[in-house]
Design a binder for this molecule. Structure first.
Ligand SMILES: [Zn+2]
Length: 218
């Protein structure tokens, strides 16, 4: 019997658990069963969920493919996202693009928007936030970008930006936000709950935040 965690062959039988043979790994000291009745307990389930989430699968689709329950998928999504740390972006003097995208959240009181900033060359996401399209929401993203001492910030023609970005680094002309507009399309293609002209939508904002964390940084 090979260890499910470290793949070592040095395992011995050690007791019975849930009417299945239990094993003990002498190398890493972990216990595991020969087989599991509960499919989600198999190692690799979290990686499958992570990959499927990035390939445009919905929560119910993942539950059907992996033969586990929908609520398990949702709780795992939150768990995976909580383990992802926000990457530390440490390059100064780069060019950034900031944009906002409309998203649908069930029973959302006001309009909901995803505001995020990407570095133009590597297209890595520096920061994102979900909220209404107001100065307070935009300012949280812009402040994080301004900390990185940017060379230029490109935005669309929304009239809130000139009030929060210093004039000498702010640019807003046609086609200057091409990269982030393309990224918006990627999000709509790769994240099921953001795809348009379907009946897919998010019920609770925390799941959307978790999903975006996994997509951007997972
Ligand atoms: Zn082991």
């Amino acid at each position: 019997m090979k260890c499910t965690r470290c793949n070592s062959g040095d395992c011995i039988k050690k007791g019975i658990q849930n009417n299945k043979q239990r094993f003990y790994c002498k190398d890493c000291g972990s216990y595991f069963q020969s087989e599991y009745a509960y499919q989600a307990y198999k190692s690799g389930t979290n990686d499958f969920i992570k990959n499927l989430l990035k390939e445009g699968c919905g929560v119910r689709g993942i539950a059907r493919v992996l033969d586990i329950s929908k609520n398990t998928v949702l709780s795992r999504v939150l768990k995976i996202a909580s383990q992802i740390k926000t990457p530390y972006f440490n390059k100064f003097g780069c060019k950034f693009e900031v944009d906002e995208m409309f998203i649908k959240i069930a029973n959302g009181k006001s309009h909901n928007w995803l505001v995020y900033a990407i570095e133009q060359k590597t297209k890595s996401v520096v920061s994102f936030i979900i909220g209404n399209r107001s100065t307070e929401t935009l300012k949280q993203v812009i402040d994080k970008v301004l900390l990185l001492n940017p060379k230029k910030i490109y935005t669309d023609r929304l009239n809130i930006y000139p009030t929060i970005i210093p004039r000498e680094i702010h640019k807003r002309f046609q086609y200057c936000t091409n990269k982030i507009e393309r990224m918006n399309l990627n999000l709509r293609m790769h994240i099921k709950r953001l795809s348009r002209k379907t009946i897919c939508f998010t019920r609770n904002q925390k799941y959307l935040e978790a999903h975006l964390r996994i997509y951007f940084w997972g």
